[in-house]
Design a protein around this ligand. Structure first.
Ligand SMILES: Cc1cc2nc3c(=O)[nH]c(=O)nc-3n(C[C@H](O)[C@H](O)[C@H](O)COP(=O)(O)OP(=O)(O)OC[C@H]3O[C@@H](n4cnc5c(N)ncnc54)[C@H](O)[C@@H]3O)c2cc1C
Length: 456
């Protein structure tokens, strides 16, 4: 293949072409039932110039390509739908600069978010987006999905922390979308266009990220309830009081039981729901807020209140929450995590609806979510090799997404559309907005070779 020879000249040894080496890149965390397609090649560029040269070759030969970080997305965003080359960023993983005076970091795309925060910690700085798997997920992947996580309610999601992107366009041209300054309304906001574009508009090779000072104190509270209604009412009471906790996550009874079964950590399995609430800020403020929070919890019928007293105890509670997905994976061969959003005052109705549909189609579900944002994650455990379960799951998804749309909600709050949800996209968007998005895709990728056939 001529294009492979040209790629070899650019990448030297940083190129895979043997089938046994390529197979792993045909998969990602998402449990796509679609046919597995093995990449034609995987390239590992070391810098922006190499990315640009690779893209020029692929553009010349009309070869589709998939930008890929750790492949931990839930929506099939890095799965192949046709013969393609995978561009893997593992060799572009450097923190270039942390600039405390200007509160920015300049990084390459494959910097792992947890590693970035460890470095920032040393300078009392903080990058808030936390896609719950921050020990593996990268800034390039999180920015491309506009990931959120438990801290979105207070701090916003990834889009609020991107100042400037270096991007390689479809023909290999390298651009910067903005300047490295905190405020900027000069021209169209094309930085935002690339955030959440799921690698379908261009390749991100450099990022300037906004940082904030690290809060002096963080304290976690885990409150249990005898009903989901009480937990949801408590969320409203917290917000009505004027609190903006840095995390406000909901776990249903099935999730509590599943975590406890596979990763025992002392959760109360007889309780119907739990809220994980994090307060952060100056120590004295957090202590003051904590007293008020306890009052609200008691008035909201919280039964047991577990209070972390220090960083170690915080981590214990976070560990339990973060282990939820891995616990659910042990129930059945496959787990599909969905990510609908509903207006916050419909959380109880939404959770009931999810349970009702799951029962109807006989599929196990563990529900958790970022309750402060109305963003619910049902984790469906099933066996996709079982034809009946597979067909039932398709019907379940149709009902789930139709429900979310019917109550004024949407398909995804933070995991993206990718391959899994593209058939629902048109229904979830204003018709005109859908057409504008297709025009944008066509403008940036007229050959439809950049992560093709995703989203639309
Ligand atoms: C256990 C678990 C829990 C999770 N919880 C949350 C959560 O609470 N909130 C949340 O928001 N997400 C959550 N996620 C999903 C999370 O958003 C993704 O895992 C993460 O944001 C990106 O992962 P990644 O670095 O592996 O990117 P990948 O999965 O490799 O890629 C993600 C997307 O980015 C594109 N891409 C990657 N690099 C580039 C680049 N350089 N240029 C252009 N496009 C690129 C890819 O094509 C793809 O479309 C969870 C995932 C897991 C496994």
């Amino acid at each position: 293949m001529t294009f492979v020879n040209e790629l070899k000249k650019i990448c030297k040894d940083n190129l895979l072409t043997k089938k046994e080496d390529l197979y792993v890149y045909a998969h990602d965390t998402s449990q796509s039932p679609e046919k597995i397609i093995v990449p034609l090649a995987v390239v590992f560029p070391r810098n922006t110039k190499e990315v640009s040269e690779i893209i020029k070759v692929l553009y010349k030969y009309n070869i589709p390509y998939i930008p890929r970080a750790q492949g931990t997305n839930h929506c099939g965003a890095t799965r192949l739908v046709k013969d393609s080359v995978v561009i893997h960023f593992s060799k572009m993983d450097k923190i270039i600069k942390i600039d405390k005076k200007n509160l920015i970091a300049k990084v390459q795309p494959n910097v792992v978010i947890g590693d970035l925060n460890k470095e920032l910690d040393k300078q009392n700085l903080f990058f808030p987006p936390d896609p719950s798997n921050l020990a593996v997920s990268t800034v390039g992947g999180a920015v491309s999905l506009c990931a959120g996580g438990p801290r979105t309610f207070k701090y916003g999601n990834t889009k609020d922390y991107v100042i400037n992107l270096e991007v390689v366009l479809d023909d290999g041209t390298i651009i910067n979308t903005a300047k490295d300054v905190a405020k900027n309304v000069t021209g169209y906001n094309i930085t935002s266009l690339f955030v959440g574009s799921e690698g379908t508009l261009g390749i991100i090779t450099g990022l300037t990220l906004k940082l904030i000072p690290k809060p002096e104190e963080r304290l976690l509270t885990l409150a249990y309830f005898d009903s989901l209604e009480d937990a949801a009412r408590c969320v409203n009471n917290i917000i009505d009081f004027g609190f903006i906790p840095s995390a406000l996550d909901l776990l249903d009874n099935n999730t509590i039981k599943t975590i406890e079964k596979f990763n025992p950590c002392g959760l109360l399995v007889d309780k119907k729901a739990a809220l994980l609430i994090e307060l952060d800020g100056f120590r004295k403020c957090v202590e003051y807020e904590l007293e008020i929070l306890k009052n609200i919890l008691q008035k909201s019928n919280a039964l047991n209140i577990v209070q972390a007293k220090n960083q170690e105890e915080n981590e214990e509670i976070w560990k339990a929450r973060r282990s939820a997905y891995s616990a659910v994976t042990q129930l059945k061969p496959n787990v599909v995590t969905e990510d609908i959003v509903v207006p916050r005052d419909r959380i109880v109705e939404c959770v009931k609806k999810i349970n009702e549909i799951s029962k109807k189609y006989n599929i196990i579900v563990c529900i958790m979510g970022h309750a402060g944002d109305g963003n619910i994650h049902p984790n469906f455990a099933l066996d996709l090799s079982n034809q009946v379960e597979k067909e039932n799951f398709e019907k379940l998804k149709d009902e789930l997404f139709n429900y979310a749309i019917s109550v004024g909600g949407t398909l995804s709050g933070e995991h993206g559309i990718g391959l899994h949800k593209k058939k629902y996209l048109k229904d979830a968007l204003d018709c005109g907005a859908f057409l504008v998005m297709k025009k944008i895709k066509n403008l940036f990728d007229s050959k439809n070779i950049i992560n093709p056939d995703k989203m639309f």
